[in-house]
Design a protein around this ligand. Structure first.
Ligand code: BAL
Ligand code: ZN
Length: 874
């Protein structure tokens, strides 16, 4: 397969200025007629042909300026059509035949249930029509859809509706016109039996926008939360960034078969139904929060992505990192800010840090790819969002806003680069961000060590910071990054933040400030420090680094209790728990007893019983670092040791704190159906405690069973079922059967049922997962099902997937091979846990490697899976 390189970017020889698309949907085949107004680039070579991307289409005819093009002037290849002798301006009419019903890759036009829908990002449009399918070709689109009126009464595309009518034979048509130029990846079309949920929004400038959420009939009552989230997003973007919606109608369509979470097509967002539909009895609090965040994310793309788009796919983080940052800030404003930050950092550590340390490590702006779909990664999205957050930290909210304003002023209607964004931030603020650009260039998570020295006589405190960015594939040498370090010094006696005056400054500058760390080794000396401090560093996780600050257990306990930065209070607790568990893993491996220090139990008890602290925060603070998190801290991941240590610690905590946990469990009960922040926080703490108690003894399991039977909201039902599903007691099977009986008609709830079983700690989980593949609700063709059963097992069940005999690896590799011919994108995601094979012990390495080699040898392997497999072995 070809490697595409960022350095090879050249502007296209031609561009499509306008496209008039006619899509005639019929049972079994769809006829697409695309009329392209093509304009030559004056700089192109004299004999440069017009190259149109196209795939999986059968050409019916090709005309240029009204005449058939003779066969000697064009050639159709599997992935493109090349047309010779195309003048500076030409009108091409291309008619092709496609088969949405057979499209299992779910890219381009496909069928989900009885509905036709599209997914064009990144390169799906070329499966609908021949086109210059690259993001720097921004064209004006008009779309006419024709279909059977009874089976497809609703016909939607981007922009504004401009006409509709009936046709003979029970058919009808609708025409849509999008007044904004856009790349083809933002095209969308939907045709089917859909029920609209309607609302409206009045913009800051007084325009009324129609809002519609289209769902399968019967689901109208599950759209309220999505609609409210949309309206909140629209208001927030006006208030925080001055960005108003620009069309008269904004539509969301929920579909059951979707490769991604959702897609920001202009004026017509297509969503995985999972991120639209919610009622308290079918969706958890987490689902509600994800819906709010994803609705916001796709809406925010209207400006960051659509009005200003990417020049090429290497710039993906330009729109994704920025839009993730925007949705994170939105959710932080709508909910509890520090809890949101903790959740985001947990996510970054769970997914991005391992990626950044593995064979697929790539910069936020990658340099090359084989298959772009493999680069919709945690690095491009989540680390990209951290990079945008660092601009915000360095420039302040006002400076960041100035940069955003300049970015839109300069680039509205353009396809631009990450560099253009950086320059806008620089120019708007009069700053030089040369060193900051390394965040786009270098892969790898910086490792930072910090050491402090207090001179009581001189009242100075010197903080020395060292950073290294580890080597990553293709990047053996690294330069120091610019790290914005938000920090404070907490007085060890006063337990309060001390005034911060650096040597050379005339006066203290507050008690919380952002230092710029720019060197490999750098010292900061504070003067007038009246008492020995404990430093609180990278507050709010102000840079995506791994910090080793040399804290003693006492220091961490102190910060847990006294840091004014809530994030760092949480961070200190996590560090303490991580250190303890790693010591336990080492002890187990050396044949010693896994000891739990009383001081840890005491620190845990203090947080647990501190009624002055918000339950939502306590739930975060009392959740131990995950097995994946612990593995990241080990040179060789000891799968069994980590699991044993974490489970042992959970049991010890539950044993020692059973009375307190039980009391608080009951005190956190929420009456009836309440969905506000305090109720969500109480449920989070209560269900966390249920997990500890149910893992301990029969009393705990009885609590879980009682909760399962009386639950009024899905959050409580699922939390109880997780506990019961981990147990081999008959109560577990009873609950799973009851849940199945109640929900088997609801595909999204069945996804939860599959996931719970796939992530179960039961020793027979693999055989149960295999059996579940035969359940009528399961289908390898539905990405949500693959993710909820197979994905959950491969990525969310460390002991199951990494079973010492290799059975987990073999099973998932078999599924990857089976899936690859249907849906390479989903197959590639399922395969990605194998990429970390070198992180495990020798026996597991051998087993994993053998499976990667087996996958690589599978006939007809997709580029998607090939890229992961070949780079993993490199
Ligand atoms: N653009 C793909 C889906 C998303 O990030 O919004
Ligand atoms: Zn996005």
């Amino acid at each position: 397969p070809t490697v595409i390189r960022r350095a090879d970017y050249t502007p296209p020889d031609y561009r499509v200025d306008r496209i008039d698309l006619h899509v005639d949907i019929r049972d079994g085949e769809t006829i697409v007629t695309a009329t392209l107004a093509v304009v030559g680039n004056p700089d192109r070579a004299a004999n440069a042909p017009l190259v149109l991307d196209g795939q999986d289409q059968t050409l019916i005819y090709l005309k240029m300026d009204g005449e058939d093009v003779p066969p000697c002037r064009y050639v159709v290849q599997p992935e493109r059509m090349v047309v010779e002798e195309v003048p500076d301006r030409a009108l091409l009419e291309i008619r092709t035949r496609i088969h949405p019903e057979k499209n299992t890759a779910l890219e381009g036009l496909y069928k989900s249930g009885s509905m036709y829908c599209t997914q064009c990002e990144a390169e799906g449009f070329r499966r609908i029509a021949y086109f210059i399918d690259r993001p720097d070709n921004m064209a004006l689109f008009t779309t006419t859809i024709e279909a059977d009126k009874a089976s497809c009464p609703v016909l939607l595309s981007n922009g504004n509706p401009v006409g509709e009518g009936d046709l003979p034979d029970g058919r009808h048509w609708a025409k849509w016109e999008d007044p904004f130029r856009k790349p083809a990846y933002l095209f969308a079309l939907v045709a089917g039996q859909l029920a609209p949920v309607k609302d409206s929004f009045v913009t800051a400038s007084g325009r009324t926008v129609d809002l519609r959420i289209y769902v399968e009939p019967g689901n109208e009552d599950k759209c309220g939360h999505a609609m409210e989230s949309l309206k909140k997003s629209m208001r927030w973007d006006e208030e925080v960034f001055g960005l108003e919606y620009d069309l008269d109608i904004f539509m969301i369509v929920a579909v059951g078969d979707f490769n991604m979470g959702a897609m920001e097509n202009k004026g017509l967002n297509v969503f995985n139904a999972k991120y639209v539909l919610a009622k308290p009895d079918t969706a958890t609090d987490t689902d509600y929060q994800l819906i709010e965040g994803i609705i916001a994310h796709e809406y925010f793309h209207n400006w960051t992505g659509n009005r200003v788009t990417c020049r090429d796919w290497f710039q993906l983080s330009l729109k994704e990192g920025l839009t993730v940052f925007r949705d994170q800030e939105f959710s932080a404003d709508m909910n509890a800010r520090s809890v949101k930050r903790i959740q985001d950092v947990r996510g970054l550590r769970a997914a991005q840090f391992p990626e950044d340390a593995g064979p697929m490590a790539h910069p936020v702006r990658p340099d090359s790819y084989i298959e772009i779909n493999n680069f919709y990664t945690a690095t491009v999205y989540e680390k990209g969002a951290e990079v945008v957050r660092m601009y915000h930290t360095l420039l302040g909210a006002e400076g960041f806003r100035k940069g955003m304003d300049l970015y839109f002023q300069r680039h509205d209607g353009q396809a631009v680069t990450c560099e253009d964004f950086c320059v806008a931030m620089e120019d708007a603020n009069g700053v030089d961000l040369t060193q900051f650009r390394r965040w786009y260039e270098q892969a790898g998570t910086p490792h930072v060590t910090a050491r402090g020295h207090y001179d009581a006589a001189a009242k100075t405190y010197t903080l020395t910071i060292e950073q290294t960015v580890p080597p990553t594939p293709g990047q053996p040498e690294k330069q120091p990054a610019l790290l914005p370090m938000a920090m404070g010094l907490v007085g060890s006696v006063s337990k309060a933040d001390l005034p911060l005056q650096l040597d050379g400054e005339n006066a203290a500058q507050g008690t919380d400030r952002v230092l710029r760390v720019t060197e490999t080794r750098q010292s900061f000396t504070f003067v007038g420090v009246e008492e020995a401090p404990i430093p609180s560093l990278f507050r709010g996780f102000s840079a995506p680094v791994k910090l080793e600050a040399g804290y003693s257990a006492d220091d961490l306990t102190f910060l847990m209790a006294n840091d004014s930065d809530e994030f760092n209070r949480w961070e200190a607790g996590q560090a303490l728990a991580r250190r303890l568990m790693l010591d336990m893993v080492a002890a187990r491996s050396a044949g010693r007893e896994m000891a739990v220090a009383d001081s840890f139990v005491d620190a845990f008890r203090r947080v647990l019983t501190d009624e002055g602290v918000d339950p939502a925060f306590r739930a975060q603070a009392l959740a131990l670092p995950s097995e994946g998190d612990l593995g990241e801290s080990m040179a060789t991941i000891d799968v069994d040791g980590i699991h044993a240590a974490r489970e042992h610690l959970r049991r010890v905590l539950a044993e020692r704190l059973k009375p307190e946990m039980t009391t608080i469990y009951h005190a956190m009960a929420v009456r009836g159906v309440q969905l506000d922040g305090p109720a969500i926080g109480k449920r989070a703490l209560r269900n966390l405690l249920l997990g500890y108690l149910a893992g301990l003894d029969a009393d705990g399991l009885a609590l879980a069973e009682a909760q399962f039977q009386s639950a009024q909201v899905m959050t409580d039902s699922v939390a109880a079922l997780v506990c019961l599903g981990d147990s081999t007691d008959a109560a577990g099977d009873r609950a799973l059967a009851a849940f199945h009986e109640r929900w088997r008609g609801n595909a999204l709830v069945m996804d939860k049922w599959f996931s719970i079983q796939a992530m179960s700690k039961r020793p027979d989980t693999l055989s149960r997962v295999k059996a579940l593949m035969g359940d009528p609700a399961f289908s390898l063709k539905n990405p949500n099902k693959v993710r909820s059963l197979l994905g959950a097992f491969a990525a969310g069940n460390p002991t199951g997937f990494h079973a010492a005999d290799g059975a987990g690896y073999r099973f998932i590799a078999d599924q990857v091979i089976a899936l690859d011919s249907m849906n390479p994108q989903v197959a590639s995601r399922l395969f990605s846990p194998f990429a970390r094979w070198r992180r495990f012990d020798a026996a597991r390495q051998a087993l994993l490697k053998a499976e990667i080699e087996r996958v690589l040898a599978a006939p007809g392997l997709s580029k998607d899976v090939y890229e992961i497999a070949s780079k993993s072995l490199a």
